[in-house]
Design a protein around this ligand. Structure first.
Ligand code: SF4
Length: 511
């Protein structure tokens, strides 16, 4: 339990601990040569010397009347559906001690402590379902971090491993193609620290913008020009992507075979990776379809599934073709027959054409029957809207932990044991298995402008650790720095942000 009497007197709820005497945290000695009207910011390794009325290099801290100040007030998020103060404020004693916490102090604009052994800027006690909880809140400085970008498109963006550039600098690379999406890895310590000074700066600027859900322009070597923004459709070579494909060519055959059956003699679903041919495919075989005699270019994988029918591109099904017939090598005259009905369609249904074989077994364009057109429309209907998704990936398993506890491995273990919940600006963070505290979070679930940067260069991102107060004490937390939520609310400048509705409330226990 939090000791209520002590907080009344001191504004904090510092508790006696069984830890050794905690040394006083002192401000770093100002450099001898620093002008008298300046103050030194010690919130990151840059150690800016800031004149009165000016900001430091990151624009986050300033000298206000000779006092170092975090320029944006900390973001406190309001639990949905709660009143922040009782209906009658006259009766309010300024406490929420006996209630479930109605607000959550986020790491956004909470400030940073450097060097890392200093306790985190906010260590906040509150209650949830009768249990004393604590949330350790900070803005982490991440040198080891990147953004993983998922771009829903089957258009060719560039070769795997190709360099991705922003303002001419290498900022990342193309990674694997997944089902209907192309992934990019942007940022990371290699580009932040391993190249030229400009490369590090441009990478850092790009990462901050991506995290803050702004649009960024990218160029892939040997590939496309892109505009990417979290939660928005990607723009590929100036064209806004609309549809995420329903599946690969083979999957599209599998989904729609029955709906085509009886109305068509052959269907080819054109796809850069796996082009499907209905009559040969298991889906067609199960429907007792007759062979059509079609001969397709590319490499046959398994019946009705062809690889490499064309080069990758931005045409039909992520290939470079504009004429679908160009992937047909010919027809077996012993099997094919005049009048044979052929549908060629892409994996999004955006491209579709109907043909009938003439007397010489040459496909001739013809009007598409309504019953076939309906299925083509249904392919489109089954495509989800194409989006760019941006996930922040950061390593919090380093010195940042010292701001939480004097014995950092215990924090790591308590996260793995599901005793501590990790959030970033209140958004749930996925913790990668294995060593360290490698967090991954969807930036659209975080408050606006959650990310900052410092010119080391590194990214600043909010992070919060929430656990039971008793567990915090057990893992060697900075108990002398625990403050009540009401104290933060009443004495610290703050801005209120609405809770992002899909996010679970972080104070609910993990198990
Ligand atoms: S870059 Fe920002 S955080 Fe770092 S010392 Fe300068 S003002 Fe402080």
């Amino acid at each position: 339990m939090v000791d209520e009497s002590s907080s009344e007197q001191t504004g904090t709820s510092a508790q006696p601990t069984d830890l050794a005497v905690v040394p006083t945290v002192v401000k770093a000695r100002a450099p001898d040569k620093m002008a008298g009207d300046k103050i030194q910011c010690d919130a990151c390794p840059v150690l800016c010397q800031i004149s009165e009325g000016r900001l430091g290099a990151c624009d986050r801290w300033g000298n206000v009347g000779g006092v170092l100040q975090r320029m944006d007030p900390v973001v406190i998020m309001k639990r949905p559906g709660v009143e922040l103060v009782p209906a009658s404020t006259a009766d309010w004693d300024g406490r929420w001690v006996r209630e479930d916490a109605p607000v959550f102090v986020s790491g956004v604009a909470s400030g940073t402590t450097y060097p890392d052994y200093k306790p985190a800027p906010f260590i906040v006690a509150s209650r949830q379902r009768g249990v004393d909880m604590v949330t350790v809140v900070t803005e982490g400085i991440f040198s080891y971090c990147s953004f993983k970008v998922k771009i829903d498109t089957d258009r060719y963006l560039g070769p795997e491993q190709a360099t991705v550039r922003h303002q001419g600098e290498a900022v990342g690379h193309v990674t694997t193609i997944e089902y209907g999406s192309q992934f990019l890895s942007l940022g990371g310590v290699h580009h932040l620290t391993g190249g030229s000074k400009r490369e590090g700066r441009i990478t850092c600027e790009l990462m901050e913008k991506l995290g803050n859900q702004q649009a960024v322009d990218l160029e892939i070597e040997g590939g496309a020009k892109l505009t990417v923004q979290a939660g928005k459709p990607p723009v590929v070579n100036g064209v806004e992507e609309q549809r995420m494909r329903v599946g690969c060519g083979s999957a599209t055959i599998g989904i729609f075979a029955k709906q085509w059956f009886g109305h068509v003699d052959e269907v080819v679903v054109v796809d850069d990776h796996i082009t499907g041919v209905l009559s040969e495919h298991q889906a067609g075989r199960c429907l007792d379809m007759l062979p059509s005699g079609i001969r397709l270019r590319g490499r046959k994988s398994t019946p009705g599934r062809y690889f490499q029918v064309a080069n990758p591109g931005t045409g039909w099904g992520g290939t470079d073709i504009v004429d679908p017939l160009s992937i047909i090598e010919g027809w077996d005259p012993k099997v094919a027959r005049p009048g044979l009905r052929l549908l060629m369609v892409s994996t999004t249904g955006e491209h579709a054409q109907w043909f009938e074989l003439d007397q010489s077994l040459v496909p001739r364009p013809a009007p598409m029957p309504a019953v076939i057109d309906k299925v083509v429309q249904r392919i489109g209907e089954n495509c989800e809207p194409a989006l760019a998704t941006v996930l922040f990936l950061g390593g919090a398993g380093g010195s940042l932990r010292a701001g939480v506890t004097e014995n950092p491995i215990l924090l790591t273990r308590s996260i793995k044991d599901l005793l501590t919940r990790v959030t970033c600006g209140g958004a749930p963070a996925y913790i990668w298995p294995g060593g360290g505290i490698t967090v991954m979070v969807d930036v659209t679930r975080m408050p606006a402008n959650s990310f900052g940067s410092v010119p080391t260069p590194a990214i600043v991102a909010p992070i919060e650790f929430t656990l039971k107060l008793a567990d915090y004490q057990r893992l060697g937390g900075h108990m002398d720095r625990v403050r009540r939520l009401e104290d933060v609310w009443s004495s610290d400048p703050h801005q209120i942000a609405e809770w992002i509705s899909d996010n679970p409330w972080p104070l609910e226990s993990l198990r």
